[in-house]
Design a protein around this ligand. Sequence first.
Ligand code: AMP
Ligand code: MG
Length: 273
Amino acid sequence: MARTTRSLRDALLVRPGMRVHLSGVDPSATYGRERETAKAELADGLDRLTDLQDRIWAEGKRRILVVLQGIDAAGKDGTIRHVMGAFNPQGCPVTSFKVPTGQELAHDYLWRVHRSVPGNGEIGIFNRSQYEEVLVVRVHGLVPKALWSKRFDQINEFEQLLADEGTTIVKFFLYIDRDEQRERLQARVDDPTKNWKFRLGDLDERKLWDDYIAAYEDALSRCSTAAAPWYVIPSNRKWFRNLAVADILADTLDDLKPRYPKSAEDLTGVVVK
Ligand code: AMP
Ligand code: MG
């Protein structure tokens, strides 16, 4: 297939107000990209990211928040390793949101999120995020519907606040299908180097697949905004997933046109002896 000219950013964006039906998304899609050339294309994307992050860090005035969501084994960790590996760890804090601690539960649900957002010059990565509050919390009925159903608007307002105050937000939903999840979970069982990623409870979560998909469809449909867009990344093929995330992220950062700051001092003629 010929390489499409349409950017992945344009193709994979959830347009604000659009209703997402994941049954209509092919998780194995590659948008004309080929596995053989993907390595070189990814390397290009990673080079762009390295350059852009260096500028953002040097400039020290913008904040970038990258949200990664996906069902178990969708590839959140792999994406961080392969794509965010382009960044200097100094200036790239990663926060993994787990089952809330007692102290976290003693506060409103955004408390732990807000204190983890990136500061000036930082590209913050959220491995899971505020969206767990309308995903696992909803699927397991951890709070009543009357509470979680308000959270879509609350999250939109929270993200708008971050954006208004200078944070660029980009959110990736890594989409795999049930067969792909089965294979990846089985690999976690069979491969001793992957056992640590597997809990028997993952099998119970897998039984709730349809509920998770419905919850994701609502989160994607209700919370993709101009200030904080969602992208649905077909993720059955890891090489395409990495390529797409790197590409969209680089395009997003490129738009910010980060520049190395000029020295505040006059350096003309300065010779270091
Ligand atoms: P992992 O990403 O495999 O380390 O697992 C983290 C676990 O924490 C997942 O099962 C999430 O669903 C769970 N988790 C994250 N945030 C929340 C939350 N707000 N409430 C309940 N469970 C959560
Ligand atoms: Mg897990």
